[in-house]
Design a protein around this ligand. Structure first.
Ligand SMILES: Cc1cc2nc3c(=O)[nH]c(=O)nc-3n(C[C@H](O)[C@H](O)[C@H](O)COP(=O)(O)OP(=O)(O)OC[C@H]3O[C@@H](n4cnc5c(N)ncnc54)[C@H](O)[C@@H]3O)c2cc1C
Length: 253
């Protein structure tokens, strides 16, 4: 079997916010490393299926890709607004948290500086350890059969969409049952000609509520039902204790 000769220092699987933050950190701290990221999507996008009108992000915008580690970095959310010429207007908005669409724009903007390190449309399917020129290295293979060698691999594929039984069978058979990660594009396809008569939202946490409200807003005549597992929709934890997840001590713990 022949292997590609190039051995990267770091190979990242996925190029969402987690590995994008890593790309920034490596550029700022170890600029001479040979780095490559594999991203399954055609372009690096943040939650494109759920950029609902009016939806916001749920934490302080300066807990961004970089500020907690390096407040002087050029890749901060504040600098993004500044370079877009919207800093003052943004501060003047009567909202506590930025809109999700704005934050997605920030992620796209930051990712654009690293396009030379990212191979898009590459879905990693396998990982192994191989011998290459006397060195034991990781070998990551993609769905299209390409192989990458690297001294270290950082997995950041995000969460796997979960559609529970019996809806998984419906989702496999029909494009009318789908996970929220496909919400906006699939809804557009299905409602191109007329609004839906009825929609069921399965689940009881934040995304389920967002979907029910969005459907109601977009299609006021449609019957929208939510089916939470428990006896009610779940209230988000808004206590400051949950925010301690951002403290380094918590990460250590
Ligand atoms: C609708 C929604 C709203 C959210 N809002 C917030 C919020 O306001 N604040 C917050 O802190 N968190 C929020 N989250 C949580 C979210 O998980 C994080 O914001 C963030 O997206 C996590 O980044 P990530 O890089 O770990 O994962 P992701 O953003 O999921 O990125 C993972 C990337 O890896 C790629 N990938 C997956 N598998 C492979 C593979 N095998 N090969 C190659 N590429 C692969 C995917 O295509 C994707 O681009 C939200 C989540 C959702 C779904």
């Amino acid at each position: 079997m022949s292997f590609p000769a190039r051995v990267h220092d770091v190979l990242g699987v996925g190029f969402g916010p987690a590995n994008l933050a890593l790309a920034i950190a490596l550029e700022e701290k170890y600029p001479s490393l040979d780095i490559r990221f594999l991203e399954a999507r055609p372009t690096p996008d943040w939650q494109p299926g759920m950029l609902l009108d009016g939806s916001d992000i749920q934490n302080h915008p300066s807990r961004d890709l970089v500020t907690l580690r390096n407040p002087r970095s050029r890749y901060s959310f504040i600098n993004y607004l500044y370079e877009q010429g919207r800093l003052l207007k943004h501060f003047n908005l009567p909202i506590e948290f930025p809109l999700r669409k704005e934050y997605a724009g920030y992620i796209r903007w930051a990712a654009s500086f690293f396009s030379h390190q990212v191979d898009c449309g590459r879905y990693a399917v396998g990982i192994d350890v191989v011998e290459n020129a006397g060195e034991r290295v990781w070998e990551v293979s993609t769905g299209s059969g390409r192989r990458y060698l690297s001294r270290s691999v950082v997995m950041a594929p995000g969460r796997t969409p979960y559609v529970p039984t019996p809806y998984d069978a419906a989702a496999a058979e029909s494009n009318r049952a789908f996970h929220l990660t496909k919400y906006l594009p699939r809804l557009k396809e299905l409602t191109a000609d007329e609004p839906p008569k009825a929609v069921a939202v399965i689940g009881g946490s934040q995304s389920a509520v967002e979907l029910a409200l969005d459907l109601h807003r977009q299609f006021p005549g449609t019957r929208v039902m939510t089916y939470p597992r428990s006896y009610s929709l779940r209230l988000k934890d808004t206590s400051p204790f949950s925010e301690e997840g951002y403290f380094p001590e918590f990460t250590e713990y």
